[in-house]
Design a binder for this molecule. Structure first.
Ligand code: BGC
Length: 356
């Protein structure tokens, strides 16, 4: 009788523990997801996809957007730690500003996954999930190379260069990737940069703002393209900059038979930019399927909470100044007017109506 009772107690205890830890159900564990801003379409999609996929696995999700305000993002992360989040998924606004708050996360045994952008200057980031950022730049550079026939020796062509926000580690990778293709043509004179501005700090646009890109393009045109000189290509690292660049080009008379739009690159396949591609104002964008990235992050969260190794495919590239962060790099692909239907519509990413 006594033995039966103790067996019963042990069983009851085990059932209780199982229920408490939520084993086997993905459980009611809380995951914090910190996104930079809602002002750019892609981050809304990223946030929604990560939340949905985590919830499908049984997790609870605290999703926050920080309006590109670094201090607000830090506060949001602090709250997530206080609320008892077990894992934080963070797309940083300023990659180097989270050192202190992530020390608090580490003290509270909270795991951290850097989402899309590497978190710099801290040992307290466990994994990084992103797209191959160098390859994004290579796709943009290669598009320009092919569109202008640079390999065949054509030129000289006028080009202006833009880069992303200096507080975003990705911006350097995009630029390095693009210049790995284009620099040789600048060196041999097939590409000419009339403004002379080629250094990262001269061409970078703080906070990836469309309006700042538009203002810089206006200035470049006024100062360097007087007397009928025309632009043949503009390297834009992403779609939000491309929007501003197109606005400036239009205001400056581009988009006519005499003065056609230059080749213009982008990244993200935001809806407005896909429309611009269809209308011939932007030449290409880089498609980074946020569903793929979200799914990878959910795999990482699951692995971390089960005390397992998360999936990675790169353990050398992403040094955050303190350590090399084990990374999973998804594949970016280029999109233009010839393949966008197959990439974006047939795959269910957008409906036809989305890009009308
Ligand atoms: C992302 C890009 C995005 C840019 C601006 C980068 O970190 O990788 O996809 O266009 O930020 O938000």
């Amino acid at each position: 009788m006594k033995r039966k009772l103790s067996l019963f107690l042990v069983l009851a205890l085990l059932v209780g523990m199982f229920a408490l830890t939520g084993c086997g159900q993905g459980s009611s564990k809380l995951i914090g997801v910190a996104m930079p801003t809602q002002s750019l379409q892609r981050w809304n999609q990223d946030g929604a996809n990560v939340k949905k996929m985590l919830e499908e696995k049984g997790y609870q999700v605290d999703l926050q957007y920080a309006n590109n305000d670094v201090n607000l993002q830090i506060q949001q992360i602090e709250n997530m730690i206080t609320k008892g989040c077990k894992v934080l998924v963070i797309a940083a606004i300023d990659g180097s500003s989270l050192t202190d708050v992530l020390k608090k996360a580490a003290d509270a045994k909270v795991k951290v996954i850097a989402y899309d952008r590497l978190i710099m200057q801290t040992p307290n980031v466990d994994y990084y999930a992103t797209f191959d950022n160098f390859k994004v730049g290579v796709l943009q550079g290669t598009y320009i190379e092919e569109a202008l026939g640079l390999k065949e020796g054509k030129g000289p062509y006028n080009i202006e260069l833009f880069a992303g926000s200096p507080d975003d580690n990705n911006a350097y990778f995009f630029n390095d990737g693009a210049m790995s293709i284009l620099q040789k043509y600048i060196d041999n004179g097939q590409l000419v940069v009339p403004s002379g501005q080629t250094e990262f700090n001269k061409i970078a646009i703080q906070a990836w703002e469309s309006a700042k890109a538009q203002a810089r393009m206006d200035n470049l045109i006024t100062a360097n393209y007087a007397g009928g000189k025309k632009l043949d290509a503009v390297l834009s690292p992403n779609d939000s900059l491309a929007i501003g660049i197109v606005a400036s080009l239009q205001n400056n008379g581009y988009g006519t038979p005499d003065k056609p739009f230059p080749i213009l690159t982008g990244q993200d396949c935001d809806k407005a930019n896909v429309k611009a591609i269809i209308e011939g104002k932007q030449s290409m964008s880089v498609f980074k399927d946020t569903r793929t990235l979200a799914a990878k992050v959910v795999e990482m969260v699951d692995a971390l909470l089960q005390g397992k190794e998360a999936p990675v495919n790169d353990t050398t590239t992403y040094n955050n100044g303190v350590k090399v962060v084990p990374s999973y790099l998804c594949e970016p692909v280029f999109a233009d007017k010839n393949n966008y239907k197959q990439l974006l519509i047939d795959s269910g990413y957008y409906t036809e109506d989305d890009i009308k």
